[in-house]
Design a protein around this ligand. Sequence first.
Ligand code: FAD
Length: 405
Amino acid sequence: DAHVVILGAGHAGGTAAALLRQYGFEGAITLVGEESIPPYHRPPLSKASLRAASGAAPTLLKPTEFYETAGVRLRLGIRADKLERQSRTVTLSTGEDLQYDHLVIATGARPIRLRVAGSDLDGVLELRTAGDAERLKKALKAGQRLAIVGGGYIGLEVAASARALGADVTVIERELRLLARVACRELSTFFHDCHARQGVNFELGATVSGFEGQGGHITGVHLDDGRTIACDAALVGVGAVPNDEIARDAGLDTASGILVDLEARTSDPAIFAIGDVARRPIPLYAHVARLESVPNALEQAKQAVGAIVGRPAPVHEVPWQWSDQYDVKLQIAGQAIDVDRVLRRGGPSPESFAIFHLKGDRIQCVEAINSPQDFLVGKQFIGVRASIDPDKLSDAAIPLKEAVI
Ligand code: FAD
């Protein structure tokens, strides 16, 4: 019988293993993961589980027994070191060779490390794994000073959680606004105000030139204007890079991420790549991108597993993601590409609204703040490429569904 080997036991890899059985695959499945925990949810690591008073035990995707019952061989705490495509062999860190018929690479991404003096000091932290979250949680006691390098989603979610735990927080961001890479100006301002009201300090347009320490532990962050922000710990959240080396070394096509098609297939037909590690086509926008989100991991797991078991390719989905900060829920659908008009629509409460990005009379992207209805309907409109009346769209008194021309 066929053997599917999955490298990376994260959201994408874990989902692929479960889906194979759900889709009726009867061959052998081996799921290899470097972390010692079965697949778990990462989003809570910066949100609810970081704030929780109790320990931050990760929420598993499936109970541990699932893998045994489903006949999925879990090999945890083990790294896949080398891929040899000719012989269809993966060499593990244990020295063992695994032979595959289909290989699914789901190795995710890792945080970018700053290459500045003092990066290796104790208390300079990153957040990707449950282990990272535990270390960060220890640094978040009331009155402790946390410097956060990077005003993106992870930095801001951690800022909100850290404030909830009573820590003093300073966010240091190189750009002049928060969420510069991922959200529109109005949202940057909204979140800036929201965090400022909660007592978060900001250093915008500031570049970190190094960390200083005493006795091996961080005591401050140096900025390139000569100032030092004193702190007890620093979280660096400045983006992630794909773990695509194993694919690149094996000669698969990569370009900061493993290149795949709409079935998540790489340049080798026996090998798929899914989740944060993959650079994939996005048909709605006629471009390719690496999406770092749970919905993308799930969608690509469906694509790869569907192709392995011989199902027709699933209908492509509108990319979406979310972020939780304090009592604010941000939901984004689509991508703000080739936008020629930006419209605001008020939501059901003063703290709720949505920003619509239009190209002609089509919605390219919706960013909804505490406004799940606008998000859901907007996402649906993006998917079917609906033509929209902009006046109706921006009039919150008219139900959004009626804005279709
Ligand atoms: P991962 O979940 O990173 O899994 C990859 C796994 O592969 C890891 O366990 C890694 O150790 C392992 N691995 C790597 N190399 C090897 C190797 N050579 N051999 C064996 N194993 C290997 N997304 C959202 O949509 N909404 C959110 O609110 C959100 N919040 C987030 C908050 C945080 C703090 C983080 C870190 C991420 C968040 N994300 C969020 C992103 C989301 O978690 C990722 O998009 C998702 O986990 C990607 O799944 P993946 O399986 O591709 O990668």
